[in-house]
Design a binder for this molecule. Structure first.
Ligand code: TYD
Ligand code: MG
Length: 373
């Protein structure tokens, strides 16, 4: 949350069904109930079911952690009135209904009305309310993202079905930094925090392989290292295939155009695939250098130097542009034992680093010279 739950704020936690939203909040509320009074309202499971899960998660429970199975908003509001909790969880907003409307729970009208009534209570009584919202098939919560503008903060819980790792990302936050990222592992005892995500994402990284480049990216307040992989191969169709997983496809197309123009590479008859390992999504422009280097490395079939990490934005005329938080990125690279960082010249820190070689570049041709000569 970029510094905790703000009093009186309303938070929407979105995610696919089964991703672990209830688990995450149950565990979080258990911790918070040591210092605040928490009311957890479940409209999806019975009290017994939640209790069984809580036991499995090792939650002993205390008088400050209240659980209620209910979907009628009127009863819920009465309960809030009488128990005076500081934090309320609504699991999920799609199961709630108010008698004031005719439509069924889960309909846009119901979801919107219930959410605004809860928001009013949160502001009136200075309660923090966390609403769970299932992402529906078209990718929006409760229909057309009806809630995002009502609430103070929007978090998304995402993860790959094939891996145990889950990421929680803040999309909007009126009271803290956005783009924060939390990383958890789903175990048989619930979610466990991953303290060193960089090490996790690099765990299967092999040095000396063409087409791979380590990027130091910045997600919210923390830097993480991720591996960018490219596969470049002769195409048998026109136009050739270009596909990016974990980054914007248009940005990839733009970088390919920059490479053709300023590096004189003949990529027009090449299929180019790009993947960010570990299911991470990078939306910041500092990814550019890593994308270009992994593509050139695959194209030339030459691996980059081991223990090399990069960051930097590339402009349309081939210039390397400054990015935010250069120092933090360098420190994370050092922490993970990297020996060389290629980075924008303007990001070069004044202080000298002795435990890492910083290669400052201002033009994309310098980058290739530093890497492939
Ligand atoms: P859940 O929190 O019920 O998901 P959501 O509320 O987002 O629908 O979690 C569902 C999945 O998490 C379920 O498939 C089983 C798995 N899980 C574990 O692997 N370990 C656990 O300790 C718990 C409680 C759940
Ligand atoms: Mg659930």
């Amino acid at each position: 949350m970029g510094g905790g739950f703000a009093v009186g704020s309303v938070i929407l936690l979105g995610g696919d069904p089964g991703i672990g939203k209830s688990t995450l909040l149950l565990q979080t509320m258990d911790k918070l109930s040591k210092s605040s009074k928490v009311l957890y309202i479940t409209g999806e499971e019975s009290v017994q079911q939640v209790a069984i899960r809580a036991q499995r998660l090792g939650i002993i429970g205390n008088e400050n952690l209240l659980l209620m199975a209910e979907i009628g908003l009127k009863t819920i509001l009465q309960m809030i009135e009488s128990k005076e909790p500081q934090i309320v969880v609504i699991d999920s907003i799609q199961t709630m209904y108010t008698e004031m409307l005719q439509s069924a729970p889960g309909s846009v009208a119901q979801v919107r009305e219930c959410a605004s009534m809860l928001t009013r209570i949160a502001k009136q009584k200075n309660i923090t309310i966390i609403m769970i919202g299932h992402v529906t098939k078209d990718g929006s919560i409760a229909g057309p993202r009806v809630l995002e503008h009502i609430v103070d903060a929007v978090l998304y819980f995402e993860g790959d079905q094939h891996s145990n790792y889950r990421m929680i990302r803040s999309i909007k936050n009126r009271f803290g930094a956005v783009n924060e990222l939390g990383i958890f592992a789903m175990t048989d005892k619930g979610l466990k925090e991953v303290n060193n995500p960089s090490a996790l994402f690099l765990s299967s990284y092999r040095t000396g392989v063409p087409g791979s480049c380590i990027l130091i990216t910045q997600e919210g307040t923390r830097p993480i290292l991720v591996e960018v992989q490219a596969l470049v191969d002769n195409s048998h169709i026109m136009p050739p295939k270009r596909l990016a997983v974990g980054m914007d496809n248009y940005r990839l197309a733009m970088l390919i155009a920059i490479m053709q123009r300023h590096l004189n590479l003949q990529l027009f008859d090449q299929d180019i695939f790009l993947n960010i390992v570990g299911g991470v999504k990078v939306s910041e422009p500092a990814i550019d250098l890593a994308v270009i280097l992994s593509i050139v490395s695959s194209f030339k079939n030459k691996a980059l130097a081991p223990k090399l990490a990069v960051f930097g934005e590339v402009g349309l005329s081939g210039e390397i542009r400054t990015v935010q938080k250069g120092q933090e990125r360098i420190k994370e690279g050092i922490k993970l034992g990297f020996e060389k960082i290629i980075m924008p010249k303007a990001n070069l820190p004044k202080e000298k680093y002795t435990d890492i070689e910083l290669i400052a570049v201002s033009d994309i041709n310098q980058v290739l010279q530093a890497c492939f000569n």
